[in-house]
Structures are given as structure tokens and as C-alpha cells.
Design a protein around this ligand. Structure first.
Ligand SMILES: Nc1ncnc2c1ncn2[C@@H]1O[C@H](COP(=O)(O)OP(=O)(O)OP(=O)(O)O)[C@@H](O)[C@H]1O
Ligand SMILES: [Mg+2]
Length: 253
């Protein structure tokens, strides 16, 4: 059997006196959509920061396709938390940025990005600046910049966290459809339970800081997921909320 695309084994991390990650072990299989859910400040972004090489863990292992992650390997395309676009670059130049950082010249990068603009709902807006786009469009542009790099795995840190509820719900549906077509390998950070249930094959719920994996949930429904109001999705959502709010409590029924 081939190894997981990503495997984290007993990761531990402190910043000075603050213990952030106590013990994190998780895995992501190729073409799997996995989410990490957890309270604010639990250490979700810290996990991604360790993966992209911004400081090492104090203990534990990070394996990609069975081999230790090393600074010379760049298996991840990372979309950071918050508005990740550069305000002074046009959308097309934001979208090509990751490719250009990899060393691709501007013309080749534009040729790779241009056919994808329509799929990301950005056709006709490529010469606009980020401030001239809606919040949802900006997030789609940031996702385009991330996915076009064609790395083995996507790391998405709360991609829709700053959007209003209606736009966020629309973007979640859109991403679900995109994932169904492309089957990227994804590790998504979110604190939106419904988002995690709608999109993920599996969900890890973190405890409060110092973070451990409180529970893992498998979402056994085929993609794309049923529309709003599905009892199966609602039941998993309720179960996850129970774990987030009452992590120590045993169910009494
Ligand atoms: N580079 C750093 N130096 C010092 N402390 C840090 C650093 N990065 C993170 N922390 C601390 O680690 C803790 C976890 O932060 P992190 O950003 O991982 O949380 P999070 O779960 O992503 O929260 P949110 O949901 O609010 O984004 C916080 O207490 C934060 O102050
Ligand atoms: Mg965060």
C-alpha cells in the first residue's frame, strides 16, 4: 500500500512559555479532502506554518509520501489566512505570482492561468486590482493562484473566514464542485463546522491549546454532497459541535 501523501506523527510545538501543539498526529491520503476544525487560537495555523517550513517542530515527524519533509522539497501550495492578494498587482499578476516564484517566466505563467479564469469566475476581471473585486472574487483569485501551481497538496487556511455568511455558503458550494472535478489533495483549516462537513472526507477536531486531536470524524457521504438540510450532514454537524463545546463529556445516551 502506498504511504499517505501527508503524515504528521506526534508533533509538538511551543512558542516560549506558550505550549501550542501538545501532540498532533494525522494523515491525508492522495486525492483526499481533510479538514482541521478547532477553536480560535488552538494552533491550527501553526500546523500549516510548520509544514511550509516556518520554524521546525519541537518534536515529532512530518512525512510526505513516506519521506521526511525537508527544506529542499516544496510539495505544498499554501493559501494563507486572510486576504492573500497583493493590492498593487492586477488579478492576472496575482494569479501568476506562485508560478513566477517557482521560476516560470511571466508569459508562460499567464498562458497557464488565462484558460482557468472562467472556471474561477474571474473572466473579464483579470486586469482589475483586488480592491475592484468582491470578497468572494478575491478569494477565488487567491485559490486560483494556489491551485495553478499544481503542487502535490493544497494547504488552505480559512479561505472563506472573512466572507459574509451568504457569500461563504456560495463559495463552499463552488469549491465543492471544483474539488469534485479536480480531486486535489487538500488540508483545509476552518472553524466553520458546516464547511468542514460539506467539503471533507475526514475531519480532525482539535482540543483547546495546547492542541491535541480531540476526535476524528469520517464523512461517509459521496461527493458532491446533498444540498442544504440533509439529515445525514446535520447529524455529523451536531456530533462535531458536541465535541467542540463539550470535549470531555461522554454522551449519556
Ligand atoms: N510565530 C509565533 N510566535 C509566538 N507565538 C505564536 C506564533 N505563531 C503562533 N503563536 C501563538 O500560537 C497560538 C496558536 O496560534 P494559531 O495562529 O496557530 O491559532 P489558530 O488556531 O490558527 O487560531 P485562529 O482560528 O484564530 O486563526 C496563539 O497563542 C499564538 O499567539
Ligand atoms: Mg489561524
Amino acid at each position: 500500500m502506498s504511504p499517505p501523501r501527508l503524515q504528521l506523527v506526534n508533533l509538538r510545538k511551543s512558542f516560549g512559555a506558550v505550549d501550542v501543539l501538545a501532540d498532533i498526529s494525522l494523515s491525508v491520503q492522495p486525492c483526499e479532502f481533510v479538514s482541521i476544525l478547532g477553536p480560535s487560537g488552538a494552533g491550527k495555523s501553526t500546523i500549516l506554518q510548520l509544514l511550509i517550513g516556518a520554524g521546525g517542530p519541537d518534536a515529532g515527524q512530518m512525512l510526505v509520501d513516506g519521506a521526511p519533509l525537508s527544506p529542499s522539497r516544496h510539495p505544498f501550495a499554501f493559501m494563507p489566512q486572510g486576504d492573500a492578494l497583493m493590492p498593487w498587482r492586477r488579478i492576472i499578476d496575482n494569479a501568476t505570482l506562485g508560478l513566477q516564484v517557482q521560476g516560470m517566466n511571466r508569459r508562460a505563467a499567464r498562458a497557464r492561468v488565462t484558460p482557468l479564469l472562467a472556471e474561477f469566475g474571474l473572466a473579464g476581471f483579470e486586469h482589475h486590482y483586488p480592491a475592484q473585486l468582491s470578497g468572494g472574487m478575491r478569494q477565488r483569485a487567491a485559490l486560483l493562484r494556489t491551485t495553478v501551481q499544481q503542487r502535490p497538496m493544497l494547504l488552505l487556511d480559512e479561505p472563506f473566514g472573512a466572507l459574509d455568511a451568504l457569500t461563504r455558503a456560495q463559495m463552499q458550494r463552488w469549491l465543492a464542485g471544483m474539488w469534485d472535478r479536480h480531486r486535489w489533495t487538500v488540508l483545509l483549516i476552518t472553524h466553520d463546522v458546516r464547511e468542514a462537513v460539506l467539503l471533507s472526507d475526514r475531519i480532525y477536531v482539535l482540543s483547546q491549546r495546547p492542541a491535541r486531536i480531540a476526535r476524528q470524524f469520517i464523512v461517509p457521504l459521496p461527493h458532491p454532497r446533498p444540498a442544504l438540510g440533509s439529515p445525514a450532514l446535520a447529524a455529523i454537524e451536531a456530533d462535531i459541535l458536541q465535541t467542540l463545546f463539550y470535549p470531555e463529556e461522554e454522551p449519556c445516551r
